[in-house]
Design a protein around this ligand. Structure first.
Ligand SMILES: [Zn+2]
Length: 243
């Protein structure tokens, strides 16, 4: 195999390895954001519950004020009842008092109902609060784990970059630029083997002339169909499958 091709295959192999960390890193970020989302949803839910409790508390206060004011009315009625004399007037005051007492009963029932609702909501709030703490603990563990994984990936990447630098230092600059140009659209498959006289980038059969150039391996050959750099894969043709 031509020296340049050997270098390009080695370079492409390193680039593939470098790229292979991307999904791992994505996976890590996904795990973190999934956990954060769970916490955010609970926090948001608790904000809504708290605001509902505040609404109910305001309503309770307003009912209590109503009761206080009706009690004042009742005192008034009592005072008046000692002053009235006719049957008709007494009856009228009695009706008024009855209405006032009904209003108080209604307000008390409402207060009781609202307090019950608030008790349930406060329990839910507490439950969510515990869940949030639990999730926060989990998130801390996930973050610590992620830090470790990322550090390990960084270490491996640094080593690969060092190797990459070494190859690049030796490689012909024009060939390197050519490889990088193809890599822009072909990504990991900028340089591919030829197997059974077919390009392993586009999987189309290549003509005899190009194939013989590939076999000779004297210069950089590109696939006539897709433009990727192609090389003869001796290990495959001799029956040894690549890992
Ligand atoms: Zn091709």
């Amino acid at each position: 195999m031509n020296k340049y091709i050997k270098e390009l295959v080695a370079l492409s192999d390193i680039d593939k390895q470098l790229k292979s960390f991307d999904p791992q890193l994505e996976q890590i970020e996904k795990r973190i954001s999934k956990e954060k989302k769970k916490i955010d949803e609970l926090i948001c839910e608790n904000e809504k519950i708290t605001s509902k409790i505040e609404d109910n508390t305001a309503k309770i206060k307003s009912y209590e004020e109503q009761i206080a004011s009706i009690n004042e009315q009742l005192k008034d009625l009592k005072r008046k009842s000692s002053e009235v004399t006719t049957e008709k007037e007494i009856k009228a005051l009695e009706v008024e008092e009855e209405i006032a007492r009904e209003k108080i009963k209604f307000a008390n029932d409402e207060i009781e109902q609202l307090n019950k609702i608030n008790d349930t909501k406060k329990a839910l709030l507490q439950e969510n609060e515990e869940k949030i703490q639990e999730l926060q603990k989990e998130l801390d563990e996930i973050l610590a784990e992620a830090e470790k994984e990322k550090a390990e990936i960084d270490k491996q990447k640094t080593e690969l970059f060092k190797k990459r630098e070494e190859i690049i230092r030796d490689i012909d600059k024009k060939i390197l630029a050519f490889y990088e140009k193809i890599r822009k659209w072909a990504g990991n498959t900028a340089i591919v083997p030829v197997r059974k006289q077919a390009c392993y980038g586009c999987f189309l059969k290549i003509n005899d002339k190009t194939y013989s150039d590939v076999l000779k391996g004297e210069e950089i050959v590109t696939c006539p169909h897709c433009g990727r750099i192609i090389y003869y894969d001796a290990s495959y043709e001799s029956g040894e499958e690549e890992a």
